[in-house]
Write a protein that binds this ligand. Sequence first.
Ligand SMILES: NC(=O)c1ccc[n+]([C@@H]2O[C@H](COP(=O)([O-])OP(=O)(O)OC[C@H]3O[C@@H](n4cnc5c(N)ncnc54)[C@H](O)[C@@H]3O)[C@@H](O)[C@H]2O)c1
Length: 408
Amino acid sequence: MISVLINGICGQMGRAVYAAIQAQSGAFSAVAGVDPFDCSASYSCPVYKSLDEVQEKADVIIDFSVPATTPDILRYALEQKIPVVIGTTGLGERELKLIRSASDAIPVFQTGNMSLGVNLQLELVQLAAATLGGNFDVEIIETHHRKKVDSPSGTALMLANAIASISPEDEEFVFGRHEKNKRRSDREIGIHSVRGGTVVGEHQVQFIGNDEIIEVSHRAFSKAVFAQGALRAAKFLVAKESGLYNMKNVVTEHDAASRLFSLDEQAAVIIRSFAKEDAFASRVFDVIAEHGVFVDMIACSEPDEQSLSIGFSLNESSLSEALNAINELTRNGYGYTIRTRGDLTKLTLEGTGMALQHGVASQLFSTLRKENIHIWLITTSETRIEFCVDTVHAVRAADAIRQRFSIG
Ligand SMILES: NC(=O)c1ccc[n+]([C@@H]2O[C@H](COP(=O)([O-])OP(=O)(O)OC[C@H]3O[C@@H](n4cnc5c(N)ncnc54)[C@H](O)[C@@H]3O)[C@@H](O)[C@H]2O)c1
């Protein structure tokens, strides 16, 4: 059971968070609320005028209030050493700086849009923009209720920024086209606002090409989606170490590392050349290729004045042929030392969310360090980490990694 302190409990979002907690009363409980407005009659938990009056201990704070409160919330969270979820928007550089600094000591979650759907939409529009390239024109249309005063919405800007961030060119944001009597350029993202009725929030991103349109849309039907997102963020945060997190971390958490494969009968070769010799690395792989040997993972150190190290893995059955090949370098006058290691298992940790999360390699290293398991060779790409361990330790290594990353 996660106990929550709701800051801004009398507001629309505070009410929605309280209602979401009541609906999931087995998993969450609202221990107290804070709001200068008096609405205590509507709640079964105590409602205080300020954080300093709060008596109850909470596991996490959820804040939907006003930016002026951010410094107080962070001070309180730091004093109490509890994580904080900040949903309040309109934060300035001062508040964002305080958030970054507090996240050195406690887990802090901050996003301008708590909806999981919108955060997935951010991923999808980047995928669409990367796939479609510059051949499609991008137009964003956002619709909100008649009481909304600011435009465009912060989310429309988040969507435009997400698309612009992966474009090789500088994109120009064009807000509406009233009195713009010129043709659309290739490098613009059009952003348009519609206001009316009770629409909670609608964001439509159009990729318009010749004879076809692709749309990535999100519609929120109630504030409950933001409250649900805040609870999901709170659940994510209470299990985390200090740091700054956002919805992307939540969306991608489970697939940061989702599969683990193992391959036995591997060997590693580590060669250290004596002199700085730019051609050495290419000569090593030339002779190996000439002998028809397949190599797998390759790691190479930056050459310094004295030496250069090259490591690679290969199937154990090819080891003697690879060593014969490398011997040819001695005959050609190259000086080097060579170390080999057999009886290795290659483990491959894979997850599509790895590209979006930092710290996966650090978690892997610390897991194996706790088990006293040595990594012989390691290479990484955006979505996989491959490494060799002694086969005698491979099952223990795999079990520890599966447990660390909750891989079934
Ligand atoms: N991140 C998201 O997904 C998301 C979604 C919806 C709203 N929001 C943001 O959340 C914030 C609140 O939205 P809302 O619709 O509930 O607004 P609201 O005006 O209905 O509620 C704000 C509440 O904060 C209270 N408040 C003011 N000063 C306070 C203080 N010092 N301490 C505690 N409470 C205080 C007010 O009395 C009010 O009850 C806004 O910034 C809004 O833009 C974010």
